[in-house]
Design a protein around this ligand. Structure first.
Ligand SMILES: [Zn+2]
Length: 219
């Protein structure tokens, strides 16, 4: 299976929608776990700067803003990738799909013409013609793969987040409950990005946020 199909199937699985249901004010609390006890993470606003803490046992404390910045960077970096793009493409496939289809039609016509043309006489001319056919077939295969990637399939992600430019401002404008659903789809042990686990400083390479987060997948 291609990565696109795997992710598509993964996102289409209704069983995946059950990750931490319930209302929440913060986009990533449902996706974060304490790496020490595997328990949930909550936001603590008792301090002047909001922190994430281990909800039940207090094993870990970490700056919320720093974690949000890192996690958001990974989520948005994933959502702009071309192989993921197909999952959030509009129903008509968009201008990008059109930009693949017209050269594809032209190359197919060119190939059909070559294949029905009379064979040239000389050996060298024959080889040159076969080379041209090979090259065209390769180009067509590549365009067909891109067409497949850009052709929208059933995708819960497409309903949650439209494709297009300006991903950062659009993400900012997305309602928190929708961001939480996207986070639940992408950030889990069987999701494409993995579950985000917060480690203690003592277990980390350094106290930098990036060193204190562990991205865990089942495979
Ligand atoms: Zn804990």
């Amino acid at each position: 299976m291609t990565l696109f199909k795997e992710v598509g199937n993964l996102l289409a699985d209704p069983a995946r929608q059950t990750v931490n249901p319930g209302a929440g004010k913060h986009e990533y609390t449902g996706a974060l776990k304490c790496d020490v006890c595997s328990g949930p993470i909550k936001v603590s606003t008792k301090t002047t700067v909001p922190k994430y803490t281990c909800r039940d046992q207090g094993c870990v404390v970490i700056n919320k803003e720093g974690v949000d910045r890192v996690v958001q960077g990974v989520v948005l970096g994933y959502l702009v990738r071309e192989d993921v793009y197909a999952m959030v493409a509009p129903a008509d496939g968009g201008a990008e799909l059109e930009a693949v289809r017209s050269p594809l039609a032209a190359k197919r016509a060119e190939l059909a013409e070559l294949e029905t043309a009379p064979r040239p006489q000389g050996a060298r001319a024959k080889v040159a013609m076969l080379d041209m056919i090979d090259e065209l077939e390769g180009e067509i295969t590549e365009l067909e793969e891109r067409e497949t990637r850009l052709t929208p399939g059933p995708s819960p992600l497409a309903e949650l987040f439209d494709h297009g430019p300006d991903i950062e401002p659009r993400w900012k404008a997305t309602p928190v409950e929708v961001k939480r659903q996207i986070a639940a789809l992408l950030l889990s042990t069987d999701g494409p990005l993995g579950q985000v686990r917060v480690m203690r400083v003592a277990d980390s390479e350094s106290d930098a946020v990036t060193d204190r987060l562990r991205w865990v997948t089942t495979d």
